[in-house]
Ligand binder design. Structure first.
Ligand SMILES: Cc1ncc(C[n+]2csc(CCOP(=O)(O)OP(=O)(O)O)c2C)c(N)n1
Ligand code: SF4
Ligand SMILES: [Mg+2]
Length: 300
């Protein structure tokens, strides 16, 4: 049952003023995550924009404890925290591992796969801004084809985005979900639900990033909404193998179709060198994935 707006936690766990950029989608997402988890959380975070948001010890903008770990070891670090809390008989604290797309799709995938295969009891959050943003927008395996990055500065990235949700689903974990801070209640509900489930829970959040995606900071919420309207991002959850559309994607699945991907692409400078061929490919990829999800929703 979705959380009603009036029941949303009014406490704030991120203090005013932090070192993230203006209009950062990650900051919005993180604010809603901590509200949904009601602050009763230990975070573990590798090098990324999220460590910058947290600040440098002893000064921080965030009111939950956070362990900084090395890039490759986020899920291993979370496994250690889970074991430590169990030894102390503390079952009331949720362990949350949270890394960027670089730290998840690429560098942290081995430790994540190991922990997920054992279904270690933590929530793993990948906030996906589709590049290594903290070090200046290098391409990752989450970057879509056609995007300019500082490591694909001339021809754009040629390879398509890795389907990390599919990889994580292959681990047979109890809960997976996608969301974006542009639809905050959908995000909030998924974390409220994930908190109650045992085992490894994987949540992937599409977080628009003004400097990396090259659009004005005021447009972050709009860009995230367009990603969903065009089917680039599909909001869904998979609980014990059962696929379900949620939020705006559910409405689109029941009452319409996604809008053309050009509506999303044309608003971002990172796609200014995207070829017509790449655009066509992206549209066909979105169409076929949408058809696949419709079938799954029907079968569930
Ligand atoms: C082993 C290692 N390699 C490289 C770095 C440099 N580094 C720090 S943050 C970062 C980018 C991380 O990208 P992502 O995980 O997508 O998070 P984002 O910066 O986009 O928030 C890199 C390459 C590092 N700290 N450690
Ligand atoms: S580079 Fe992007 S993800 Fe990183 S702090 Fe700035 S807006 Fe946020
Ligand atoms: Mg990133």
């Amino acid at each position: 049952m979705p959380e009603k707006l009036f029941k949303v936690n009014t406490e704030e766990y991120i203090l005013p003023g932090n070192r993230a950029c203006q209009g950062c989608g990650l900051t919005l997402a993180y604010r809603y995550i901590l509200k949904a988890l009601r602050g009763n959380t230990i975070m573990t975070v590798p090098a990324s924009c999220l460590t910058v948001l947290h600040g440098l010890y002893p000064i921080t903008s965030v009111e939950v404890p956070c362990l900084n770990c090395t890039f490759a070891s986020t899920a291993a670090s979370a496994s250690g925290l889970v074991a430590g809390l169990a030894a102390l008989n503390r079952s009331d604290t949720t362990v949350v591992a949270m890394a960027g797309d670089g730290g998840t799709f690429d560098i942290g995938i081995q430790a994540l796969s190991g922990a997920a295969e054992r279904s270690t009891d933590f929530i793993y959050v990948c906030y996906d801004n589709e590049a290594y943003m903290n070090t200046g927008t290098q391409r990752s395996s989450a970057t879509p084809a056609g995007a300019l990055t500082t490591t694909t500065p001339v021809l754009t990235k040629q390879q398509g985005k890795k389907d990390m949700m599919k990889i994580m689903e292959g681990h047979d974990i109890p809960y997976l979900a996608t969301c974006t801070p542009s639809f905050p209640l959908d995000l909030y509900d998924k974390f409220v639900k994930a908190k109650r489930i045992k085992g490894t829970r994987y949540i992937q959040i599409a977080t628009p990033c003004p400097p990396g995606w090259v659009y004005p900071p005021k447009d972050t919420v709009k860009i995230g909404r367009l990603a969903v309207e065009t089917g680039i991002v599909v909001l869904y959850e998979i609980e014990n193998g059962k696929f379900r559309f949620t939020g705006r994607s559910k409405t689109l699945a029941e009452k319409g179709n996604p809008a053309p991907v050009i509506n999303f692409v044309e608003r971002q400078g990172r796609f200014k060198k995207m070829s017509m061929e790449q655009l066509g490919h992206l549209q066909r990829w979105v169409n076929s994935r949408w058809a696949e999800y419709l079938k799954r929703a029907e079968a569930s």
